[in-house]
Design a binder for this molecule. Structure first.
Ligand code: KG4
Ligand code: ZN
Length: 352
């Protein structure tokens, strides 16, 4: 079954074709058109501009995905689309296109929770992940520790109380003058710096809680910068690299520690990483080392599958379709959706 995936929840316009077979499958194409150039000068995503760019780019991106898969549109058996959470105007572009395509082709439609998409970025490459597994989902808007007892069944064990991990990266990068998007910029700068050279607190290391809190860390970066300047220093590239490395180490350290603790307490058989921050080189390395100590495998998606892409949406959709789940043509765009929420207008064999 060929599933066309569509993703427009934030600032990547993406389409993919996933050839589902049994419980697994493979990606035939996964096209991501980034809008980074459009938003960079504003230092963050401008929702109105994002929606308009999705509108312009989605058609050509879908064509490119079909071309990459060497399939004509009528060889598509189902359409999977991100319907939330995300920017509502941006989501609406993808949902409208998916509904129109499903209606025109007479094929089933499935609305996909973007967060479940990030979980499938790992499952897509490793369909035989042993369960129960622990998922660390770290994106621009989420920092969640999730227990997955079976596919599609999740329990949130911990979450951020303020800024998400990706948001903290983006804000710290802005404070350090490293630009947007901040995560990759800090990752690169940190490679030239020394962790610990700039003293920063460990963010919310409380051992009794699996929640996270990162807003204090961002403030600490700003304070360190002000102190450095007061003492006559300049935020030259060497100091910025040290600050970036120190920030990254503090944030990654707490992510790894809490994941290890949760994995231990809940006796999981594997750890999965997902979301844009899972592309972070330090997190990938430290989580790998930690898993060795735990004696269980860690699955980290390839970097292209960590950040937003339609491949993971098509894979998550294919799994729900295989369980006979369908969305009706009343499917909407939902700004707020938790991983454990039922996707609205969706059920087993819902009538259009
Ligand atoms: O999953 P994603 O593409 O979009 C959301 O669903 O939010 O995540 C985007 C976030 C941004 O905050 C970005 O700065 C961060 O992921 N990110 C990274 C890296 N690449 C992307 N953070 C740290 N290191 C990276 N290499
Ligand atoms: Zn995402």
């Amino acid at each position: 079954m060929n599933v066309l995936g569509i993703e427009t929840s934030c600032d990547e316009t993406s389409a993919a074709v996933f050839a589902a077979a049994g419980g697994s499958g493979r990606l035939l194409s996964n096209v991501v058109a980034s809008q980074v150039d459009l938003h960079a000068r504003y230092g963050g995503v401008v929702p109105e501009l994002a929606s308009r760019r999705h509108l312009e780019r989605l058609g050509p991106v879908v064509d490119e995905a079909l071309e990459g898969a060497q399939l004509a549109l009528d060889a598509i058996d189902a359409i999977a689309v991100t319907c939330g959470p995300g920017l509502v105007g941006a989501l609406a572009v993808g949902v409208a296109a998916a509904k129109a395509t499903a209606l025109a082709l007479g094929r089933p439609l499935i609305g996909v929770n973007h967060l479940e998409g990030h979980v499938y970025a790992s499952l897509l490459e490793h369909p035989d992940v042993p369960l129960p597994a622990l998922v660390l989902l770290v994106s621009g808007s989420h920092t969640d520790l999730i227990l997955m007892t079976e596919r599609g069944r999740y329990e949130v064990l911990g979450a951020t109380r303020d800024d998400a991990a990706g948001e903290a990266f983006d804000k710290a990068a802005r404070a350090l003058g490293l630009g947007y998007p901040g995560g990759p910029a800090i990752d690169r700068a940190a490679a030239r710096g020394q962790a610990g050279a700039v003293r920063l607190p460990r963010p919310f290391p409380d051992e009794r809680s699996l929640d996270f809190s990162f807003s204090g860390l961002k403030t600490a970066v700003l304070r360190a910068l002000a102190k450095h300047e007061r003492e006559g220093g300049t935020p030259d590239p060497a100091w910025v690299a040290d600050a970036a490395a120190s920030f990254q180490e503090a944030l990654v350290g707490v992510l790894v520690d809490k994941t290890v603790r949760a994995a231990h307490v809940r006796r999981v058989r594997a750890v999965l990483l997902g979301g844009g921050v899972a592309a972070n080189s330090r997190l990938r390395r430290r989580m790998g080392e930690a898993a060795q100590a735990l004696g269980i495998p860690v699955y980290v998606p390839s970097p292209i599958l960590c950040t937003d892409n339609a491949g993971m949406i098509a894979a998550a959709g294919a799994h729900r379709l295989a369980r006979h789940e369908r969305s009706s043509l009343r499917l909407g765009a939902y700004a707020e959706l938790d991983l454990t929420d039922r996707v609205p207008e969706t059920g087993v064999d819902v009538e259009p």
